[in-house]
Design a protein around this ligand. Structure first.
Ligand code: 5RP
Length: 234
């Protein structure tokens, strides 16, 4: 779904910069992806210098990286509040609405982002778009038994839902919740994404969408000459 190797240096600088937001005593939500991997690495480096935090992670990938970095993890099941959550994105619009789910982890990412007092996006500049859904299809997580129903209902909403296929496994990607990921392309982009989100979540067996609307307080963006902090345009 995405190229994780592109813009790696911008992602690295962005992940390092985002770690400046983290202070001792915080409980931190940790997203998923190649940009977040650099954030985790930097937190691990700072912990060796005395930073004391607890974290909860959105995926096996991030849990493994946190463990390797020496970051103590708390099971999200036992948390309802976080000081901050930091996560990557696949598209970000000027209002800091985002598409996520390139790594098939968006359901847990949304749970963790929703617990956090502050939700911060981190990405390289290629993720900035004038309008969501311009270049990245919308990921949704769907229970296997709801596959055909979901595809039919999505078609009625004007979308074409493709089952995300695994790369080094035969058959579909299976999410960490045991579900399929459908990537939806729209012939013409729906005007009201909030309404689209509600209509999609109304489909029985559709667990979560990759639309993160009005959730991010700020984004840290790796640009060619600098790492910029941006806020939602009103
Ligand atoms: C995973 C995600 C990722 O945060 C998103 O795909 C961005 O990843 P990367 O930093 O590797 O470009 O939503 O579900």
């Amino acid at each position: 779904m995405k190229s994780v190797s592109s813009n790696i240096e911008l992602k690295r600088l962005t992940g390092i910069k985002a770690a400046d937001l983290i202070h001792s005593g915080m409980t931190v939500g940790i997203g998923t992806g190649s940009t977040v991997a650099f954030f985790i690495e930097e937190l691990g480096r700072r912990m060796k210098q005395g930073l004391e935090i607890k974290a909860t992670a959105t995926s096996y990938q991030s849990r493994i990286l946190c463990q390797q970095a020496g970051i103590p993890l708390v099971d999200a099941s036992f948390l309802d509040k976080l000081d901050i959550a930091v996560d990557g994105a696949d598209e970000i619009d000027p209002g800091l609405n985002a598409i996520k789910g390139g790594g098939a982890a968006h359901t847990m990412e949304k749970v963790i982002a929703s617990m956090a007092d502050r939700f911060i996006l981190i990405a390289d500049e290629t993720k900035l778009v004038p309008r969501l859904l311009t270049s990245f299809p919308l990921p949704v997580e769907v229970m296997p038994g709801a596959l055909s129903l979901a595809r039919k209902r999505i078609a009625a909403l004007g979308g074409e839902a493709n089952i995300r296929m695994a790369v080094r496994k035969d058959g579909p990607v299976i999410s960490e919740n045991g579900n399929f990921i459908l990537d939806i392309s729209f012939g013409s982009i729906p005007d009201d994404l909030k309404e689209l989100d509600l209509l999609l979540k109304d489909i029985p067996g559709l667990v979560e969408t990759g639309l993160f609307l009005g959730m991010a307080e700020m984004a840290i963006i790796g640009c060619k000459n600098e790492v910029r902090t941006i806020y939602p345009a009103i």
